[in-house]
Design a protein around this ligand. Structure first.
Ligand SMILES: Cc1ncc(COP(=O)(O)O)c(C=O)c1O
Length: 384
């Protein structure tokens, strides 16, 4: 069958391919320890599960739901943004619940990009920005994030670009995969840059609660709604990756524009799931603290593992990964990753999947138990 041209240059998602390989290895008895993927292994708060169970047992909750999501979930999102980020959002007009933020990335690209329009994407960065831009018919213009620049956008270099076709810019802090928080002035500079060039700044913010003392939203900047859309997600912050609950926040006009596309693609989420998600957003601070204590213990072990592999890294990172430079004896992160996969049956993500600027790096996820990370350490010890 002839494929649509829009799929040219879009391969199968790296992890979907690699997980198949790991699956084949496991079937052959390898029992690979996967420290690659950022899928939280811990459960959501028990109250969240309880709401899902109780609501699901009701007879009248199984119908199609509003395209704009349940007002209860939208209000919970508004309160969460107010409490944690000090951002005021109108629950009726400035919030759109999503089936995960990944779909929101696609919706935004489909809503704003015409054939040939350009979008600025971080290199290294989450690969979905790149594929969504291409699928929407747009072109990616990379902006490099480098260690020398503390993984922050270089605004002088951005100003040198021909920006006439650039319609939007993807940004993500805490940054994945580098684990960096934004430098003090970066958010204000992003708003000024967006306004000056009429570029919609799309901030993807799923990691602000993981190993991070102060969650920050780009929407907290003065007049941000004029030029910013922000995605957020319960996948990482509330251990609900498989539930598929995210959100888009921004000016009412922007939300309506994206809804125009999204309402033609999917329908509102299952109501009990939305009500349980609302509950998740209301949990008190102690829950985030407990989850982060666990991640801290795992992070100590991950440091040990990286040291053993000869990697170098910053300890100032936040989020659920560590980003590390691979030792010079390996040609790049892919060679490094394959070495440990085939020799020690431990999988670490090669940094190059996040863009060419990630070539010499690898990423380790903190989504495995301490016991599993310890087991990975002993396996690596045996091959070194
Ligand atoms: C930077 C970034 N944005 C978005 C997502 C997607 O999250 P969600 O589960 O909300 O679709 C991920 C998932 O790994 C991510 O790393």
């Amino acid at each position: 069958m002839q494929l649509a041209k829009r799929l040219n240059g879009i391969g199968e998602y790296y992890f979907s391919q690699k997980l198949r390989e790991i699956d084949t290895m496991n079937k052959a008895g390898d029992n690979v320890i996967n420290l690659g993927i950022g899928s939280p292994d811990l459960p959501p708060h028990p109250e969240v599960i309880k709401v899902l169970q109780e609501e699901s047992a009701k007879p009248n909750v199984h119908a199609y739901q509003s395209y704009k999501g349940s007002p209860i979930l939208r209000q919970a999102i508004a309160d969460w943004y107010q409490n944690w980020y000090n951002v005021q959002l109108d629950a009726d007009t400035e919030i759109l619940p999503l089936i995960g933020s990944k779909e929101g990335i696609m919706h935004i690209c489909m809503t704003y990009l015409n054939e040939g329009d350009q979008a600025l994407v971080p290199n290294p960065g989450y690969p979905t920005y790149r594929s969504a831009v291409k699928l929407a018919g747009g072109e990616c213009v990379d902006y490099a994030l480098t260690e020398a620049n503390n993984w922050q956008p270089d605004f002088e270099a951005l100003e040198q670009l021909d920006l006439s076709k650039v319609k939007l810019m993807w940004v993500n802090y805490p940054q994945m995969p580098t684990g960096q928080l934004p430098d003090a002035a970066v958010f204000a500079k992003l708003i000024a840059f967006g306004k000056k060039h009429q570029i919609l700044i799309c901030h993807d913010n799923p990691y602000s609660f993981i190993l991070n003392e102060e969650p920050v939203s780009l929407l907290a900047q003065p007049d941000a709604k004029d030029i910013v859309l922000e995605l957020n997600s319960l996948s990482k912050s509330h251990n609900m990756a498989g539930w598929r609950v995210g959100m888009l926040c921004g000016a009412a006009d922007r939300i309506n524009e994206v809804l125009r596309f999204k309402s033609n693609m999917d329908s509102g989420m299952y109501l009990p799931l939305q009500l349980a998600a609302a509950k998740a957003l209301q949990v008190d601070n102690s829950w985030y603290d407990t989850v982060n204590e666990e991640y801290k213990r795992r992070r100590e072990l991950a440091y040990q593992l990286l040291d053993l592999c000869g990697c170098t890294y910053s300890k100032q990172q936040v989020g659920m990964f560590l980003w590390a430079k691979v030792p010079a004896e390996f040609e790049n992160g892919f060679a490094f990753s394959d070495h440990f996969l085939y020799k020690a049956k431990v999988f670490l993500t090669p940094g190059g999947i996040f863009g060419s600027a990630g070539d010499g790096y690898c990423r380790i996820s903190l989504c495995s138990s301490e016991a599993r990370i310890k087991e990975a350490i002993s396996r690596i010890e045996t091959i070194i």
